[in-house]
Write a new protein. Sequence first.
Length: 201
Amino acid sequence: MQNRTEISKKPRGRPRAFDRDEALQAAASRFRTRGFSGTSLDELSQATGVNRPSLAAAFGDKRDMYLASLERTYAWLEQSFAGLIDAKLPLRETLERMFRYTINVYLGGEEGPSGCIALNTAVVEAVVDPEIRAMLARVLDLEDRAIGALMVQAGSPTPQAHAHLVTSVIQALSIRARTGRPREEMEAIAASCVDLVAGPR
């Protein structure tokens, strides 16, 4: 039988360490698939492999975690657009590469095509949550600004108009992906947009 001294020498259990960015990526994937309201804390715990108390300690409540997921998406978009601008490719090649990557992302998801977390889930919450609405506005402004810069760089005579056209198609593709439209249809829409902006081959 163990005495008190032996028992007291046992190390106390500590919460298992986890990678914060990996957990946030898993949470963002779950939010993208099921939306903010449709995702429970238990589902987030399951998706991240982290218990609820540890999630709360790292991120706060579910809303805080959702906002962090949107912020992570914003940072990823900013980096992706910066890479396209820095590449200084011809306009057609830039647009084709951007649409190809966008469609691939939109057609992925935990349970099938999920589109964009901001465009397909934040729009619902933005009606009643000013902070989520502001975050969504930042994403839309980033798209307009970055694609506008691409148009200027390529010498477009109407860079703002072309930027608005491209961003509108990007947003429409997210909705089409969410509703299960086929890849071929989405690629045809993207190709038409490229021809309108860059001119036919």
